[in-house]
Ligand binder design. Structure first.
Ligand SMILES: [Zn+2]
Length: 229
């Protein structure tokens, strides 16, 4: 997914799509595999008629990832990118869950009762079990349980709205884990997805672990761009 070399786009086109998001999308699709800078994104996002640059372009960029399912790398994903640089390696879109369906109130109450108002996440036989309202000792913050559709690939989730067996109660941390990093078809964690989204010290910790595990040492290639603090 990460390109072998860093090539900058020289795109100076004026984008005329109707929305900010569509203009930014067009910029990335025209520059697959190339680095586009914050300035280029702002230029593409600029309204072709009013010439106004939207302040919320960054939000629209996030939506291309979260709502449209595109992969857009930033310095968090590839250490050769500076904080103002972004790269879409290809036009592939991840499968995005359709419109959010929620259980009926009665169904959700039945789920909470079954769960004894605790997070139902289980991984490698370990049950999360955090209760609604306590402080999450790992993620911090107050635990709030929300409904998770057990099988996101269900043919017609609308028919499941009244069936407690189709839902589970999850804490916020495990909602994120399932949504972003859990492949429900294979039942496995997306380890790379996790590593891409943790901070630098956690990446270093993971690297140290792998080097120890394989009895190897790391050699810096020298052209890596240091990540900002
Ligand atoms: Zn949990």
């Amino acid at each position: 997914m990460i390109p072998s070399q860093k090539i900058y786009s020289d795109d100076k086109a004026v984008y005329t799509q109707k929305t900010v998001r569509a203009r930014i999308e067009a910029l990335f699709l025209n520059n697959l595999g190339k680095v586009v800078t914050r300035e280029q994104i702002q230029a593409a996002a600029t309204d072709p008629v009013t010439k106004r640059t939207p302040e919320n372009w960054h939000q629209r960029l996030s939506e291309l990832r979260t709502d449209s399912g595109y992969t857009i790398l930033s310095w968090r994903d590839w250490n050769k990118l500076a904080p103002s640089e972004y790269l879409m390696p290809n036009a592939d879109k991840r499968e995005i869950a359709g419109r959010r369906v929620l259980p009926t109130t009665a169904c959700w109450e039945a789920v909470l009762e079954r769960a004894q108002h605790k997070c139902e996440w289980t991984e490698d036989g370990q049950h999360c079990g955090l209760s609604e309202g306590v402080i999450d000792p790992i993620g911090g913050g107050t635990v709030k349980l929300t409904a998770d559709h057990v099988n996101p690939h269900s043919i017609n989730p609308n028919t499941d709205r009244t069936d407690p067996a189709q839902w589970q109660a999850l804490c916020g941390r495990h909602q994120v884990m399932k949504k972003n990093y859990w492949d429900s078809s294979s039942g496995k964690l997306n380890i790379l997805g996790i590593l891409q989204n943790v901070n630098k010290s956690q990446k270093v910790e993971a690297l140290d672990f792998l080097l120890r595990y394989f009895g190897m040492t790391a050699k810096k290639t020298g052209d890596g761009v240091e990540e900002p603090q």
